[in-house]
Design a protein around this ligand. Structure first.
Ligand SMILES: *Cc1c(COP(=O)(O)O)cnc(C)c1O
Length: 398
């Protein structure tokens, strides 16, 4: 049995920790000292649970996908994070972090975003609490996720473009870190995934763990046992996967499938399949797997999906994959697009491009007819309609 909780220094095995410049030490230390105490405070818990219920709309349904089940010859359930307020799992974490920021007396919130879902979720909770919100976003992503940029502005957030590197998520994260260094007193940085220095990976995983907490009783109700045979989730940084795995990390009956973006193909040079292409190193404050050259320069990642277009993965996932507790599968842009269309037409659900990678992975797996598979349906596809339209135009008429 592997030990899946962090140690006192914030490591999962060799992965994790807090590799930060001295200028950030005070901010990160303030969080580290306070987060567990605050999360375990009954008053915090009460407000968190109430907002998840009445504002986010939890519990999210666990839906038995009949036609997908027939197609794959297994029992396929979808954990419907797409039905959350703002359309993805990201809101679970931003609700938690805004309550934390409020208790720490912070007045100004910054965030990074790729697909814009985390930016929208952050802008939303800032509006909810009346706090100033600045979201850093790569210039390329601002272009390909225009609807979410409009949403953030509507909610009162300022969207600041990141113009360096591949002008995507990694570069937005660099800008957000720079901002935090310059505003150490009044600002809280809401990181959107299980990445960054300790305590972020553990803190975000705990906020997202509501996903598997609900799955347990929902599966018991629907299947008579409270665990599935496999959980399939896409991994950008890995927060929806961490939440979907959390209460099953030590349950070896449950296969954990981590789906990464292969972009144009794992070996094409245009990819974000970190677990296959990555080596150990430090990115954004933690020791993990990342795509880098031999002399430690970060390799620019690529995926059609802005939420998976990141050169690292969270330390929990690096650890789970390294320990062979989780299986990594990689899926190309084309496979993800085809899966989006397929799921839309089989189930009447348009998934986010990120989530479509998880669906496409079902084609890479084998299972028995009695197997219960849960796919974490991390978000809805409204933000990706431009990509879907272009794809449809490229297809022969049905
Ligand atoms: C952001 C996002 C992801 C990727 O982030 P994780 O932290 O890996 O979950 C996946 N799906 C959707 C819908 C997203 O918005």
């Amino acid at each position: 049995m592997i030990h899946t909780q962090i140690d006192e220094r914030g490591y999962y095995g060799r992965f994790g920790g807090a590799y930060i410049p001295e200028m950030l030490q005070a901010n990160v230390e303030e969080l580290r000292v306070n987060y567990l105490r605050m999360l375990e405070d009954p008053e915090f818990r009460r407000e968190f649970d109430l907002l998840l219920k009445d504002y986010v709309g939890r519990p999210s349904p666990l839906y038995y996908a009949d036609r997908l089940s027939q197609h794959y010859g297994a029992k396929v359930y979808l954990k419907r994070e797409d039905l959350n307020h703002t359309g993805a799992h990201k809101i679970n974490n931003t609700i938690g972090q805004i309550l934390l920021a409020e208790r720490l007396g912070k007045k100004r919130i910054i965030a990074e975003t790729g697909a814009g879902q985390h930016g929208v979720a952050t802008a939303t909770v800032c509006a909810l609490k009346g706090l100033q919100c600045i979201v850093y976003m790569g210039e390329v992503d601002i272009e390909r996720q225009a609807p979410n940029v409009a949403r953030m502005r509507m909610l009162g957030a300022e969207v600041r473009p990141a113009r360096s590197g591949s002008r995507t998520l990694k570069d937005a994260t660099n800008e957000a870190i720079r901002d935090w260094i310059n505003n150490p007193e009044d600002t809280h940085y809401i990181i959107g995934s299980v990445v960054g220095p300790h305590p972020y990976p553990d803190m975000v995983a705990r906020f997202q763990s509501v996903i598997s907490e609900e799955m347990k009783w929902q599966l018991a109700e629907k299947t008579g046992r409270d665990y599935p045979d496999a959980i399939v989730a896409c991994v950008g940084g890995g927060s929806n996967a961490a939440g979907a795995y959390y209460h099953y990390l030590n349950d070896e009956r449950v296969r954990l499938i981590a789906v990464e973006a292969a972009g144009l193909g794992v070996d094409s040079g245009e990819s974000a399949a970190t677990s296959q292409l990555g080596t150990e190193g430090i990115i954004h404050g933690s020791r993990t797997l990342l795509m880098q050259t031999e002399d430690g320069q970060i390799v620019e990642p690529y995926s059609i999906s802005a939420g998976l277009d990141y050169p690292g993965i969270g330390p929990l996932h690096a650890f789970l994959i390294d320990a062979k507790r989780a299986e990594a599968v990689s899926v190309t842009d084309d496979e993800a697009l085809a899966a989006s269309l397929f799921v839309a037409r089989q189930e009447g659900i348009i998934p986010a491009l990120e989530t479509a990678h998880a669906f496409a992975a079902l084609d890479h797996m084998s299972y028995g007819p009695e197997d219960v598979i849960v796919v974490c349906l991390s978000g809805r596809g409204d933000k990706d309609l431009a990509a879907f339209s272009a794809y449809l135009e490229s297809q022969p008429l049905p």
